[in-house]
Design a protein around this ligand. Structure first.
Ligand code: FRU
Length: 529
């Protein structure tokens, strides 16, 4: 059946037809209350069992992308932190590996990074093996309980089998605590120009920059953050890297800083800064600073569920972009979401790039190209004139839980456009753009189970549009429990999770205008078992 048949009918009549014909299927699905069926994502990474938060130590080597993660393997709430581990050849399909780092007498293993020490600057190499060096925070619970500020220090561990097993360095910690609370999450990068390791570290509400020649001895280079950006919460999980500015010969440095609370739609989120680096000091770009004075904060993602995201070391895209993954949850409710066997997933892996518009530089994100290799069945339609709420597709035609949707709306200046994903249980996830307010929105108030936390759905998530183009493009990545929306080629991103009573079986669109043209809608089934 061609999707145009469905596109032609109005929402209610289509809905009835779809519901009749799908009733059998849906009843079968609804009867499977098993959370694996309902909530285990089709293609976003989750640990097989136990708690997960931040992605850690991501590096690429020898054809494999490594992803470590904050993990408590013996319970489904945050607990004594380990580094769980998973590997992938494409950042989409992951294989969980044995736990890489266990807590010890120096403390829990908090967030950090890993680098491939190609030139053996550490001297950890034996038999010509290339060391992979992880740098992480020790969180000393005894010290915390005793009320000591110095409960966090930085340490390293090395692997001579490409990241599977690690030996902790006997000289740990390599960075003592200078009497600063919340002193954590080291992210190390190789600065090729200066031939040195640069580490950024969150320290209260500042970022401290350190340099090292051997990953063992570290010198404080500078500090950043006083009086700039958002300070409504603790700064955590920084990342720092150069990015080419698309279409120019320029390169700028990007600093990512996660903050909790203080996010644009409450709770946890990640802000960014753009500027220059001379090997010691990070200087915010002047145009960026001016825009920041108007927009206040630049966010990597405006949804409520992308936190603590950082980039892979030892790899860039062909265009020099960085590869990023985030934790798809929020400290407001992460411990309460309705799964028992595991908690949390990662975002889809994303490419980060930089663009320069009239006013300043902006970070843009898009799902990694590797996701395209999973495209299967496709439905496309163009130049559809829409009046009233109209069903765009149903699960009779294409799945709505492993799906990529691309759309173009031609002239969005004066209307409010609402997409709705729905099912026979009355669950509804609404999202779209209000041209009169210049705002994107995601509303999950009716999207299934929300009562596990009063913070989960107390309001709609919104984001101001930064592009002034009349045409609006969007890319949507849908899984069983998440939606990731990339507007205007990734200038504004919104990532949100949800927990349905039954799978979505229809996607519709409506507007408050009498009629409008949907220029293009392309829906790709993603093939995952
Ligand atoms: C961020 C964070 C980090 C810390 C880790 C502990 O989500 O609070 O700052 O290292 O989680 O699990």
């Amino acid at each position: 059946m061609k999707v145009i048949l469905l596109l032609a009918c109005v929402f209610t009549s289509c809905k009835n037809k779809v519901e009749e014909s799908k009733a059998e299927n849906i009843t079968a699905l609804e009867n499977k209350t098993d959370e694996e069926d309902m909530y285990r994502p089709n293609f976003h990474f989750t640990p097989n069992k136990g708690w997960m938060n931040d992605p850690n130590g991501m590096f690429f080597y020898n054809g494999y992308y490594h992803l470590y993660f904050q993990h408590y393997p013996y319970g489904n709430k945050w607990g004594p932190m380990h580094w769980g581990h998973a590997t992938s050849t494409d950042m989409i399909t992951w294989k969980e590996q044995p736990i890489a780092l266990y807590p010890d007498e120096l403390g829990y293993i908090f967030s950090g990074s890993a680098v491939v020490d190609l030139e053996n600057t550490t001297g950890f190499s034996t038999d010509g093996k290339i060391p992979v060096v992880a740098m992480f925070t020790y969180h000393d619970m005894e010290a915390e309980k005793a009320g000591k500020i110095i409960d966090e220090t930085q340490a390293i561990a090395y692997s001579l089998d490409e990241g599977i097993t690690y030996t902790k360095f006997e000289g740990n910690p390599v960075v003592e605590n200078p009497n600063i609370p919340d002193f954590r999450d080291p992210k190390v990068n190789w600065d090729a120009d200066r031939k040195q390791w640069t580490m950024v570290l969150a320290a209260g509400q500042e970022i401290m920059f350190y340099g090292s020649k051997d990953l063992k001895e570290w010198n404080l280079l500078s500090k950043f953050g006083e009086g700039v950006g958002n300070h409504d919460g603790v700064w955590e999980c920084p990342d720092f890297f150069p990015l080419p500015v698309k279409g120019t010969e320029d390169t700028k440095w990007v600093l990512l800083v996660s903050i909790n609370p203080g996010g644009p739609n409450s709770g946890s989120a990640t802000q960014y800064f753009i500027g220059d680096f001379d090997g010691k000091t990070f200087q915010i770009d002047e145009s960026f600073q001016k825009e920041q004075a108007k927009e206040h904060t630049f966010w990597v993602d405006h949804g409520r569920d992308n936190y603590a995201g950082v980039t892979w070391s030892n790899v860039t895209t062909a265009e020099g972009g960085k590869l990023f993954i985030g934790w798809m949850s929020n400290w407001l409710y992460a411990n309460d979401v309705p799964t028992e066997k595991w908690r949390s997933a990662t975002t889809i892996a994303r490419e980060l790039g930089l663009i320069k518009d009239d006013n300043t530089y902006r970070l843009v994100s898009s799902p990694v190209k590797e996701l395209n290799d999973y495209r299967g069945k496709k439905v496309v339609d163009k130049n559809i004139s829409i009046a009233g709420e109209t069903v765009l597709t149903t699960t009779e035609i294409i799945s709505l839980s492993k799906t990529e949707i691309n759309f173009i709306l031609s002239d969005v200046a004066n209307g409010k456009y609402t997409f709705t994903l729905s099912n026979s249980q009355g669950d509804k996830l609404k999202f779209g753009y209000d041209g009169t307010l210049n705002k994107f929105f995601v509303d999950r108030k009716e999207a299934g189970r929300i009562n596990f936390s009063e913070k989960f759905s107390d309001k709609m998530a919104t984001a101001i549009r930064t592009s002034d183009a009349t045409e609006l493009t969007g890319k949507i990545i849908l899984d069983k429990t998440s939606i990731e929306i990339f507007y205007d080629q990734g200038q504004t991103v919104m990532t949100e999770i949800f927990f349905l009573n039954a799978p979505f079986n229809a996607l519709s669109i409506k507007s408050d205008l009498e009629s409008f043209t949907l220029n293009t809608i392309e829906i790709n089934q993603l093939n995952f078992n």
